[in-house]
Design a binder for this molecule. Structure first.
Ligand code: NAD
Length: 497
């Protein structure tokens, strides 16, 4: 099988113990091409039985996979990396088809996931422990990192490749076996990613895929033979998964929602700052957990900043990414999302928030489009300030100083990203040190870390201790054994030499 935009299955298959099969459930979720509003496939909303089968297969594969030497596991990852490179465009197009991203954004989604595989190729080095000879008289100490067992991953719709790839390549590189439940809205990219991993030589049962929603998630979080859960999605589900999983004795890392700020000082370089603002606020139609959704121009620059942003918004090309390659912004994921965002804009207008550009959809459009939307003179008491909208809606505020801006930002419940645009190192340092969030940008519109660093959300943007990516990812998917050995004179000669 090779799932591409020209070969989309009617029903999305699951991967259990190395074989592709369709769940026997009779409930399905429609998978759309959001740019056209057309149904392209259906996701089976699987049951606890699907999870049982997947866990059994993963458990069966664990002894041999966990005993496979790390350099041999890395051999498969190197082959996987090469196949991902060969199929990079196919995968990017599949992302654009089922998610509605532009091709450039879809390639970015793939690139970031690809980098995790590259990082995981170094697993032999990454999972090395520590040692100290002669920690006491004739005693040496060392630590060994061992895999946990069967791990599970649950991912959101907005990054069909990158977010699942924060999870399964690292977990598998560390010697675990894995059950992945992708978003029921974008299940196809994951199918193709798994097909290529099989082609790279991954033994059967090491990666399993199940499809569905709450029933699958609940079964994974409570399953006695699952050791760890990685989750990414909205904060209320992240919190739910964290508490359910930990209550059932699992290690859990759960990324949640966000409200990210772009703070512009009068000394910022105007052109690159404008490009970064546009990419951050309207890239992926605002459906990024690192999207800048609050724009603050400090002091006297507020009006000119608004005029520049409005000019760029008015020339932003919104369209169907696969039909027109020069599309700069695609649709939102589905009709529900389109309605939800529209309602948020309706309510904000009703509450007196000043609307500068209105992207509320024209009902004649078949695709799930919301145009770029701008509010100004927003204050911290307004709902558009504190709630994640997850659409192409930017809210402008006008703080008098960095201190006032930081005070407002630190009152938010979330803690993913914040960026300052300035040419002053001192201002950047002041901002970086005083802001209470986990990922900070200086003149970078989307300060999402690459695979070498942790994706470091704080507050309601993350529940758990060890984040995804980087060394924290290796730590999450392994546990340490400490070995103390005493070899003194009394043992000499015992074996006859
Ligand atoms: P979502 O929370 O609706 O879904 C995420 C996953 O949870 C899906 O696999 C879904 O099937 C499952 N799920 C949905 N409802 C459930 C329920 N009631 N019980 C159990 N499981 C359930 O999120 P989404 O709409 O797919 O994704 C968007 C959200 O993800 C945004 O809030 C965004 O900020 C967040 N996100 C966060 C990060 C991060 O790293 N912090 C990254 C990407 C996206």
């Amino acid at each position: 099988m090779n799932t591409t935009i020209d070969n989309v299955p009617d029903l999305v298959p699951s991967l259990i113990g190395g074989s592709w099969k369709v769940s026997s459930t009779d409930t399905h979720n429609k998978v759309y091409n959001p740019a056209k509003g057309e149904v392209i496939s259906k996701t089976p909303m699987g049951t606890a039985k699907d999870v049982e089968d997947a866990v059994e297969a993963a458990e069966k594969a664990f002894p041999s996979w966990s005993e496979t030497p790390a350099p041999k596991r890395a051999d498969i990852l190197y082959r996987y990396r090469a196949l991902l490179e060969t199929h990079f465009e196919d995968l990017s197009k599949l992302i654009a088809l089922e998610n509605g991203k532009t091709l450039a954004e879809a390639r970015g989604d793939m690139r970031r996931g690809f980098e995790v595989v590259e990082f995981a190729c170094g697993i032999a080095h990454l999972s090395k422990g520590e040692s100290l000879g002669q920690i006491a008289e004739n005693i040496d100490g060392l630590t060994i990192r061992e895999p946990l067992g069967v791990c599970a991953g649950i991912s959101p719709f907005n990054f069909p490749a990158m977010v699942p790839m924060w999870m399964f390549p690292m977990a598998i590189a560390c010697g675990n076996t894995f059950v992945l439940k992708p978003s029921e809205k974008v299940p196809l990219t994951v199918v193709h990613l798994a097909e290529l991993f099989q082609e790279a030589g991954l033994p059967e049962g090491v990666l399993n895929i199940v499809h569905g929603g709450k029933e699958i998630v609940d079964t994974l979080c409570t399953h006695p033979r699952i050791a760890a859960i990685s989750f990414v999605g909205s904060s209320h589900i992240a919190k739910y998964v964290y508490s359910l999983g930990t209550k059932h004795g699992k290690r859990v890392q759960a990324g949640g929602a966000a409200k990210n700020v772009l703070l512009v000082l009068p000394d910022a370089e105007p052109d690159s700052t404008l490009r970064a603002i546009m990419g951050s606020a309207f890239g992926c139609a605002g459906q990024r957990c690192m999207a800048g959704s609050l724009l603050m121009g400090v002091g006297e620059i507020a009006d000119s900043l608004r005029d520049n942003v409005v000019g760029a918004m008015d020339s932003l090309k919104v369209g169907n990414p696969l039909a027109e390659e020069d599309t700069e912004m695609g649709p939102v994921i589905d009709g529900n999302s389109q309605k939800r965002i529209t309602k948020i804009i309706d309510k904000a207008v009703k509450d007196g928030t000043k609307l500068v550009r209105d992207g509320r959809p024209n009902t004649k459009d078949k695709g799930f489009f919301v145009g770029p939307t701008l509010f100004e003179q927003v204050t911290p008491s307004m709902s558009v300030f504190s709630k994640e909208i997850f659409g192409p809606v930017l809210s402008m505020l006008n703080p008098k100083s960095i201190e006032e801006a930081v005070g407002w930002l630190n009152s938010l419940n979330y803690g993913n990203g914040a960026t300052i645009f300035t040419s002053s190192g001192a201002s950047a340092r002041q901002f970086t040190r005083s802001i209470k969030c986990g990922m900070v940008g200086v003149n970078v519109g989307v300060p999402a870390p690459m695979s070498l660093f942790p994706f470091s959300g704080w507050n309601d943007s993350f529940y758990g201790d060890l984040h995804m990516q980087g060394i924290e990812g290796v730590m999450f998917y392994t546990r340490q054994k400490v070995v103390l050995s005493r070899w003194d004179n009394t043992y000499q000669g015992k074996s006859g030499w």
